[in-house]
Design a protein around this ligand. Structure first.
Ligand SMILES: C[S@@+](CC[C@H](N)C(=O)[O-])C[C@H]1O[C@@H](n2cnc3c(N)ncnc32)[C@H](O)[C@@H]1O
Length: 377
């Protein structure tokens, strides 16, 4: 299954939309903010890059909702405070990328308010008046596993909560003959045979090296990338932090199989096009590809439910519901394409209960990796 055909975050701004259920990803952006700021400052000090008439900035996997333009605001804030009035001569080309099926309409509708806010912040802080800062936003639909931009046109690339999505389900797991390989599971699990772990790891290596190769063409020497995405703390890909949210989804589906609501073969033939690498794997791919140097690489923990009062067990039921809504906003399009729309409400209700029960016993957290890279000269 190619991810491009089925993955999109839930559209619009309704109850189950990504816009209304993306607090975890918002928190990840805030935690990584100092690393982005540092990368912008370093970029401005790079002799290869300044002075510049026109600066290319790309956000890959931008989705739609409050997070989409947040990062761009943060970057513009740093740029304006650092280069001040001289920035009035620099033109900023901002590219928002996501898959073709992304809700770009909602993104476009939010642009007027974004431009107004940017102009107010910019001129208010400087007690100035005048036209908007020279910022030109465009959308670039397509997969980041391949070329998206002209050669040497970008100075800063950012991507948050997106690169854990593979380009496809590992090919060796995506055929009728292989449905029995990962029985009753939909991602790497403690019960998965080694060949499943290997297939995922290989797909990640192929995808991530293609990502780096594509960006290496597009980013100027001395240009920067800040990438953050789900990872895992140890080389063991079956560790709880990297896969337990998928494990619980498999349990929810299997409970529906037991009640005759879902065919078992449907569960056996579904595998998520997702991979949470460890820092060592990431480093190895960056070194092998050879076009970028790692400036920083950090891992941090994020609670499954950022609104949870971690000390209070009474809240786990509502935590379960919130976690289920967050996951639903992200994976529903893909799960629905395979299992059909009729089971969605029931599935995510069961999932919420399983998450609550799990959180009452264990405070499993996601691990997020964030890395800041420099394009070699
Ligand atoms: C969880 S959202 C993150 C959105 C936003 N960056 C944030 O932090 O809230 C992940 C986004 O990555 C996009 N995505 C996944 N694979 C992609 C690919 N190969 N190329 C471009 N975008 C991709 C998805 O469509 C989705 O909108």
């Amino acid at each position: 299954m190619e991810i491009m055909q089925t993955l999109h975050m839930n559209k619009g701004d309704g109850e189950t939309s990504y816009a209304k259920n993306s607090k975890v990803q918002n928190k990840i952006i805030s935690i990584a903010k100092p690393i982005v700021e540092e990368a912008v400052l370093q970029l401005l000090e790079s002799k290869n890059v300044v002075p510049m008439e026109s600066m290319g900035i790309a956000d890959l996997g931008c989705s739609s909702g409050p997070n989409t333009l947040l990062l761009i605001s943060e970057i513009m804030d740093v740029l304006h405070s650092k280069i001040g009035s001289s920035s009035s001569s620099t033109e900023f080309r901002v590219f928002l990328n996501d898959l073709f099926s992304n809700d770009f309409n909602t993104v476009f509708m939010s642009l007027p308010a974004f431009y107004n806010q940017l102009r107010d912040d910019y001129f208010h802080k400087r007690s100035l008046q005048g036209p908007s800062p020279n910022l030109f936003v465009s959308a670039v639909p397509g997969s980041f596993y391949g070329r998206l931009f002209p050669k040497k046109s970008l100075h800063l690339v950012h991507s948050s909560s997106s690169l854990h999505w593979l380009s496809q389900v590992p090919a060796s797991l995506d055929s009728k003959a292989s449905t029995a390989l990962n029985k009753g599971k939909i991602y790497i699990s403690k019960s998965s045979p080694q060949c499943v772990l290997d297939a995922y790891s290989l797909q990640f290596q192929n995808d991530f090296s293609l990502f780096l190769k594509s960006r290496a063409e597009e980013v100027v020497p001395g240009g920067r990338m800040v990438l953050s995405f789900m990872g895992r703390p140890t080389p063991d890909p079956t560790s709880e932090q990297s896969c337990y949210h998928w494990e619980l989804m498999a349990h929810a589906l299997m409970s529906m199989v037991l009640e005759g609501l879902v065919e078992e073969e449907k569960v056996d033939s579904f595998n998520a096009p997702y991979y949470a690498p460890c820092a060592e794997e990431l480093n190895l791919e960056i070194q092998k590809q050879g076009s970028f140097i790692v400036d920083q690489l950090e891992a941090f923990e994020i609670g499954w439910d950022p609104d949870a009062d971690q000390e209070n067990d009474q809240t786990v039921a509502s935590s379960g519901k919130r976690v289920a809504k967050t996951i639903r906003a992200v994976v529903e399009s893909m799960i629905e394409a395979h299992f059909g729309n009729e089971i969605m409400d029931d599935l995510f209700r069961r999932y919420a209960e399983l998450v609550s029960s799990h959180l009452s016993k264990s405070r499993t957290k996601y691990i997020n990796l964030v890395t800041s890279l420099v394009r070699t000269a």
